[in-house]
Design a protein around this ligand. Sequence first.
Ligand SMILES: [Mg+2]
Length: 119
Amino acid sequence: MKVLVVDDSATMRRIIVNNLQTAGYEDIVQAGNGLEALSNMAGVELILTDWNMPVMDGLSLVKEIRKNPAFGNVPIVMVTTEGAQEEVIEALKQGVNDYIVKPFSKQTLIEKVEKVING
Ligand SMILES: [Mg+2]
C-alpha cells in the first residue's frame, strides 16, 4: 500500500514514517506542503496530512483531492494540534476520513490508519 505523508515539519514526517514502517508499511512518499502532495499523488492509497503548512495547507489539499475524480476516494487522515475541534468538524465535512491529535502514540496512529483503510 502506497502512503503519502504530508507535513512541513521534517521531524514530524520522520516520526510518522518510522511508525508506519515498524507497522509494515514500506511504500511511503513524503511532501512538505499540499502543493507538493498534489504532484505526488500517483498510486497513493492513503494520505496522512498535517493541517498548518506553508504554500498549501492541509484543508486546501483535502478540497483539491475531493474535487478531483482522478484521485478517487483515497482515505485521508488529518493530523491536527489539540484544541481545534471546530477545525476538525470542518475537515470531516470536506472529506477527511479521520483525524489524529498531536502528540499521538504509534498505537493510535496505526489504529486510525487501519480503521480508514478497512472502512
Ligand atoms: Mg505544520
